[in-house]
Design a protein around this ligand. Structure first.
Ligand code: NI
Length: 173
């Protein structure tokens, strides 16, 4: 019987699911294909350039991202059990996240990374990325380890963000 995966909800900070390490994927089955398709749909609708399973409440190691962020044509990519195997250089990027609404901050990351993982059919995939794509991959893989970009900014900036969030939740602008 077909199992429908309902529309995905994007969880936002400080939800615990975003702080939790996702589990490696052992079975690449029909269910996972549906999750991946829904994640693409959710990411492009948002719109975003990357989405990790934690963000939609699924604690499995899978990310989707656009392989040519900023270009008009969508270039959907998926990585299962992604790992950063090498990195070099440094880049500062004003990052945003679908799970951290209405906030951006400069984060320093590697400017070039080599990532390995599996494609949606379970074939090994090696990827080299630089600049925005490298930033995106590091950001999404962080999600799978329960790390948000706000965990990578100064504690002062983070405190200011939390204050802003508190105010917003009170409906006080
Ligand atoms: Ni994010």
């Amino acid at each position: 019987m077909e199992r429908e995966i309902p529309d995905m909800k994007i969880y936002t900070y400080p939800d615990a699911v975003l702080k939790t390490t996702a589990e490696p994927i052992k079975n690449i089955d029909e269910d996972l294909q549906k999750i991946i398709d829904q994640m693409f749909k959710t990411m492009y609708l948002a719109p975003g350039i990357g989405l990790a399973a934690n963000q939609v409440g699924i604690l499995r190691r899978v990310i989707v991202f656009d392989g040519s962020p900023g270009e008009e044509e969508p270039f959907p990519h998926v990585l299962i059990n992604p790992e950063i195997v090498a990195g070099e250089g440094s880049i500062k990027w004003d990052e945003a996240c679908l799970s951290v609404p209405d906030y951006t901050a400069d984060v320093v990351r590697k400017s070039r990374v080599q990532v390995k993982g599996l494609d949606r059919h379970g074939n090994p995939l090696d990827l080299e990325a630089e600049d925005l794509l490298a930033v995106c991959l590091q950001h999404e893989i962080d999600h799978l380890d329960g790390i948000l970009f706000v965990d990578r900014i100064s504690s002062l900036k983070r405190a200011l963000y939390k204050k802003k969030l508190k105010k917003k939740n009170k409906g006080d602008h």
